[in-house]
Design a binder for this molecule. Structure first.
Ligand code: ATP
Ligand code: MG
Length: 586
């Protein structure tokens, strides 16, 4: 009952604009309801209600964290409910992926529910509303209904079928259910108020005729409830006390309440919060489906997708996503969160957990002419390296070092530009955890490109420090050529070029904002041999390069690594700068 003592009921009544950071208005509301026993001794019951018409994205993660997190905090329960009222767009594949993603995020539902399980009850309630004179069968076409609906400034007009008798309505509705009429020929509408200032209350459609096979109920039904008719009653059936959803449903709330009041059933209450929007990121299942269908990405779990399965495949962790969602907060107005903030939380998490490894993405051969000094040119030695300097318990590993190694092409310049401290002729650098080397000469191919750099090493600098205390300005990663494994590396960048991907000129669509260079594939990377044992769940920091994980496309001897993120954290830098700006302004 800690939550009760933490409650701040006074902030609940305060106008939202008066609260500078209304980050806990949901929690405050629940705490208040628990304190006043609004639902008697009933537990706090929430639900996460996805429509199985696509894969979950990171926006859904916010709703999941709120629904499950708040119920948990108050000792309540959360159902996973599929709002599966639209058989034409829904699939079992989506049902399965949604369950997998909720679990991956770290949550376990109490009951697994389906709106389709309530079809018989919803139908009975429709009959009840007809009998009470609160619903009628309308023969107008969808277009005509739209035209009769009016606008925000003009009231709607009654359908000529609005005054049908209860008997006629009952007869027609049962025959709709029996399959006597073609798709689109009739609908059942609630009889509320065609002049209501809220368009949702202007006799909304409750049922439509649709001869479609449903993934769960098969051909049992040829009429299907509209989402707006099913949603509130589904909450009520499950005795959901706090039905939290995003702001776009606020205008629907009076309608959900109206159904519940007419039927005299459990009064679930809806509370709205802001949608998570992230810059450079598209969070709409409909539009993400378009990317998949038009093959702009490989699948729903393409690592560039903001879906939970895509982020997972990219190497994002559920811990980081939850921490990010918590830090981005909840509000009563929609806003937008910088994608760099998400990346910052992910880097922070990976910095703690990722094993360090060496991988050379663009290899250049470095030959150590004086190694070894003996006659045996196959000599190998092993250097002992910490797996994670942030976590001594991660242990150490032994990395082979030999006469020929690979370094990054970028780490050598035959003619170094100003302030270039990496390797160049005559310059000494440190090979990480190994030795100091000094470059002497290069070998070029016919095209004049450098294919080999020759250097000498200082055997006294083993481990990466020279006994005479001389300093070098650069430390480079490397991989022993004879021991290196090859791998395919996939480097990802933003999928969209604009902060708001939906910001398009007239006649264009979001696809016109796609970044044509959102993935770069490298086929010649050389990796330290320990990476041959990488597992899908492992996370790596390739030193100086970025965070990586194994892709499921990998097979033994044919490894593929995805770059989760490069190392640079621009968001953390900006955050550090921000207070300075504030001080300057004063
Ligand atoms: P989309 O627009 O991507 O299709 P949706 O709202 O139609 O999303 P649903 O399956 O209906 O998807 O969503 C399930 C729940 O997730 C709803 O309660 C919805 O409010 C919530 N949700 C969806 N998108 C977001 C988001 N971007 N931020 C927070 N919650 C969201
Ligand atoms: Mg929806």
């Amino acid at each position: 009952m800690k939550a009760m003592t933490d409650a701040h009921p006074e902030s609940h009544d305060a106008p939202s604009q008066a609260a500078p950071a209304p980050s806990s208005f949901l929690r405050d509301q629940i705490a208040e309801d628990v304190r006043t026993k609004k639902y008697g001794d009933a537990i706090v019951q929430t639900r996460f209600p996805p429509e199985p018409n696509g894969y979950l994205h990171i926006g859904h993660a916010k709703a999941i964290c709120i629904d499950f997190g708040l119920a948990d905090e108050f000792g309540g329960k959360t159902n996973l409910r599929f709002d599966d009222t639209n058989p034409e767009k829904e699939e079992q594949e989506y049902v399965d992926s949604i369950q997998q993603d909720v679990r991956w995020l770290g949550f376990q539902w109490d009951r697994l529910c389906y709106a389709s399980d309530y079809f018989p009850q919803l139908y009975e309630w429709a009959l009840q509303l007809i009998k009470a004179g609160k619903a009628y069968v309308d023969d107008l076409s969808a277009d005509e209904i739209r035209r009769h609906r009016g606008t925000l400034t003009e009231p709607g007009t009654d359908s000529p079928f609005r005054s049908r008798s209860v008997e006629e309505n009952l007869d027609l509705f049962t025959r709709m259910k029996a399959g006597e009429f073609p798709d689109g020929s009739r609908v059942l509408r609630a009889k509320i108020d065609m002049a209501s200032p809220n368009l949702n209350m202007r006799d909304p459609v409750m049922y439509r005729i649709l001869h479609a096979t449903h993934q769960r109920t098969g051909d049992a039904w040829c009429i299907y409830p509209m989402y707006d008719y099913a949603h509130g009653q589904s909450d009520s059936i499950e005795r959901v006390t706090h039905s939290m959803c995003t702001l776009e449903f606020a205008d629907h709330q009076p309608l959900y309440r109206w159904f519940i009041e007419q039927l005299g059933i459990f009064p679930s209450q809806q509370i709205e919060f802001d949608r998570l929007n992230i810059t450079y990121t598209l969070l709409s299942k409909r539009k993400l489906l378009q990317l998949v269908n038009e093959k702009r990405v490989s699948a729903w779990d393409d690592p560039r997708m903001p879906t939970l399965s895509g982020l997972r495949r990219r190497g994002f962790t559920s811990e980081a996503i939850r921490a990010f969602v918590a830090a981005s907060g909840v509000s009563r107005t929609n806003g937008s969160t910088d994608v760099e903030m998400l990346e910052h939380f992910q880097r922070d998490d990976l910095n703690r957990r990722a094993s360090r490894a060496m991988a050379v993405l663009h290899p250049l051969k470095l030959v150590i002419d004086n190694y070894p000094e003996g006659p045996n040119t196959d000599q190998v030695e092993f250097v002992e390296v910490a797996n994670n300097p942030e976590d001594p318990s991660a242990g150490t590993r032994r990395v082979p070092f030999s006469r020929e190694i690979y370094i990054e092409q970028d780490d050598f310049r035959e003619v170094p530009p100003p302030k270039y401290y990496r390797l160049s002729p005559g310059k000494e650098v440190r090979l990480r955890n190994a030795y100091f080397v000094t470059a002497h000469s290069v070998v070029k191919d016919e095209a004049g490109d450098i294919i080999e750099v020759h250097c000498t090493y200082d055997p006294a600098s083993r481990g990466g420090n020279s006994p005479d205390g001389r300093k070098v300005k650069s430390t480079m990663h490397w991989v022993s050529a004879a021991h290196a494994i090859s791998a395919e590396i996939r480097l990802y960048d933003k999928l969209f070029l604009k902060p708001d991907p939906s910001d398009v000129a007239e006649g264009q669509d979001v696809l016109d904002n796609l970044n044509p260079n959102s993935v770069e594939i490298l086929l010649t990377a050389k990796l330290e041999p320990s990476l041959a044992n990488a597992k899908l769940e492992d996370r790596f920091q390739f030193e100086r390069v970025g965070y990586f994980c194994l892709d499921p496309d990998s097979s033994p001897g044919n490894l593929v690594f995805n770059r989760t993120l490069p190392l640079k954290d621009s968001w953390a830098k900006e955050q550090k700068k921000a207070p300075l700006h504030g001080a300057d302004a004063r």
